[in-house]
Structures are given as structure tokens and as C-alpha cells.
Design a binder for this molecule. Structure first.
Ligand SMILES: C[S@@+](CC[C@H](N)C(=O)[O-])C[C@H]1O[C@@H](n2cnc3c(N)ncnc32)[C@H](O)[C@@H]1O
Length: 286
């Protein structure tokens, strides 16, 4: 019997949208992706840290730091799609100004708004916009809500392919290890572009398929080690066969950058992390 998450290990061409098995339509693919993440949610965090050798935390932090100029602006509106259990969202929040900075944190003798009589506002009056984390898996999102209960975040259950926001709502949209799972990449990019303000930026942190010797070892790890450990700990073997297959099908950096341009973004770049096993796409809405 074949599982709905099953995928052949044969050489797979780059695709323009996620498929968990042999679905031809996008709606079934999306339903199966949601079922998959609901199923692995209880062990997702543990396995993510284990299977990435803890590098995932560094990659989230580095991604957030890349956008520090936007994040430092209290009024900037930020959306993290496919937020899962909220770790990328939390890394973005770490680069935000503190919501209510204590005036005592000013070094003695340094100017502060409180001592400057020419301004009537105090730092306490400047509201810091929350970061919105959006995901369509209630099980993943519930874990984000619990883990980051006191964070300045809004957790929204919604579909990244049909974002529940008007045009030009955000200054920054990020996606960490989630974009690959969307059912139609060009449509997903068009949707991100729609909700960005002119001058706004997109950051897509995704797995990559390196070439050469490191790529060969990575392939062995992805196809033989990851499904065994992932399947064993989560009890969801088929889900951990889908994950490497989805990485194999995902477009490589040149094609992704081309897709960003075709979607209407400007100046797309890709920066590889750790032997190019993952990397960050960045582009701007004109
Ligand atoms: C691999 S997890 C990544 C979670 C988190 N960003 C992280 O870095 O750990 C992918 C997430 O994308 C979500 N996802 C996939 N397709 C989605 C869609 N169409 N709309 C919203 N979320 C989606 C899944 O539910 C899952 O939580």
C-alpha cells in the first residue's frame, strides 16, 4: 500500500509547487501538507533541533539579523508566514525594540527622552507593532501560542496562498522552511508581493541541495538517516520521507531568484548557510 506522503527517491525535477505524493491538484497537496504538519507537531521542535544539529536556531537568528533595519522601526509591520511553532517569529521579535524600554537602561548622563524637555513624548508612548505569525496547521500554531504566550506576537490561523490582509500591509514578510511546502511557488510569491508595501522586503529561509561531495553526503543523510531518525522519534515515517523529497524537488537558487524577478521583486539575492545546505533569499518590492 502506498502512503499519501510517499515519494520515489529517483532523481526528481525542480518543481513549481509542493506535492506530497502523486496529487495533481494544488488543493489536495495543501490538505496533505496540513495533515502532515498536524501529525508531526508534537515532536517537531525536538526533531528540528536534532536533525539540523542545532543549526536551525543560528539560521533563524541570522535571518532576523539580516532585516534588523526594518525590525528596529517600532511602526514596521512584519508577517512571518508558515510560522509553525513560532521560532522564526521569536527570532524576529528579538530584533524589535523593547515594547516599553526602561528609562533606567540609559547610561548615566546620556540623553533620554525623559530628560529632554523639548519633546513631549516619552519612550513609553511609542507603540511597537507586534510581529504576526501565520500558519494553517492548528497543531503547530497551538505550540507557538503556548511557547511564546507573553511575546509581542499575533498568532493567526490562515493560508499563505490567500493571505487575509489588504494590499500593501507589511514592511517585511518572512518564511522559514515553509515556502517549500506551498502548493504553487509563483502564486505564493505574487501573494507575498501583494501584501508588501513598496520598498518592503521578503526573506525566504529554505533548505538547499548542494552540489559536489558535500551534496552527495547531504543526499545520503537526507534520504537514509533523516527518515529513519525522524520516523522513529515522531512515529510518522511517511512524513519524514516527504521532507527530503520536498527538498530534492525545490528549485535551486538560480531558478528561485528568477522566480522572484518574474513575480515582480527587485534585486533578489541568496546567501548560503552551512555548506549551502540552507540559505536565505532576499528581495525588495519596487
Ligand atoms: C517546516 S515547518 C516550518 C515552521 C517554522 N517556520 C520553522 O522554521 O520551524 C512548515 C510550516 O509551514 C506551514 N504551511 C505549509 N503550507 C502552508 C500554507 N499554505 N499556509 C500556511 N502555513 C503553511 C505548515 O503547517 C508548517 O507549520
Amino acid at each position: 500500500m502506498t502512503s499519501k506522503f510517499a515519494h520515489s527517491k529517483s532523481k526528481v525535477p525542480e518543481a513549481s509547487g509542493a506535492r506530497t505524493a502523486d496529487e495533481t491538484d494544488e488543493a489536495s497537496a495543501a490538505t496533505n501538507v496540513r495533515t502532515l504538519f498536524n501529525a508531526i507537531a508534537p515532536s517537531y521542535d525536538r526533531l528540528n533541533h536534532l536533525l539540523s544539529f542545532g543549526l536551525d536556531r543560528r539560521w533563524w537568528r541570522s535571518t532576523a539579523h539580516t532585516f534588523r533595519d526594518i525590525l528596529a522601526r517600532p511602526e514596521a509591520r512584519v508577517l512571518d508566514i508558515c510560522c509553525g511553532t513560532g521560532d522564526m517569529t521569536s527570532a524576529l521579535l528579538a530584533e524589535r525594540p523593547a515594547a516599553f524600554p526602561a528609562l533606567s537602561s540609559h547610561p548615566p548622563g546620556s540623553p533620554s527622552l525623559a530628560s529632554d524637555t523639548s519633546v513631549s513624548t516619552t519612550l513609553e508612548d511609542i507603540p511597537v507593532e507586534p510581529v504576526t505569525g501565520l500558519d494553517f496547521s492548528p497543531e503547530m500554531l497551538q505550540r507557538a501560542r503556548t511557547k511564546y504566550a507573553t511575546a509581542n506576537a499575533l498568532w493567526v490561523e490562515g493560508d499563505a496562498m490567500h493571505l487575509p490582509y489588504p494590499d500593501a500591509s507589511f514592511d517585511l514578510v518572512t518564511a522559514a522552511f515553509g515556502f517549500r511546502n506551498l502548493s504553487n511557488y509563483p502564486d505564493a510569491l505574487a501573494e507575498i508581493l501583494r501584501v508588501l508595501r513598496p520598498g518592503g522586503q521578503v526573506g525566504i529561509l529554505e533548505c538547499n541541495h548542494p552540489n559536489g561531495l558535500s551534496g552527495a553526503f547531504y543526499l545520503l543523510y537526507l534520504n537514509y538517516v533523516l527518515p529513519v531518525i525522524g520516523g522513529w522519534i515522531s512515529g510518522e515515517r511517511a512524513a519524514y520521507r516527504y521532507l527530503p523529497a520536498s527538498i530534492a524537488r525545490f528549485p535551486r537558487p538560480p531558478r528561485m531568484k528568477q522566480m522572484l524577478l518574474e513575480a515582480g521583486f527587485q534585486a533578489p539575492t541568496w546567501r548560503g548557510y552551512f555548506l549551502r545546505a540552507a540559505g536565505l533569499y532576499r528581495a525588495t518590492k519596487p
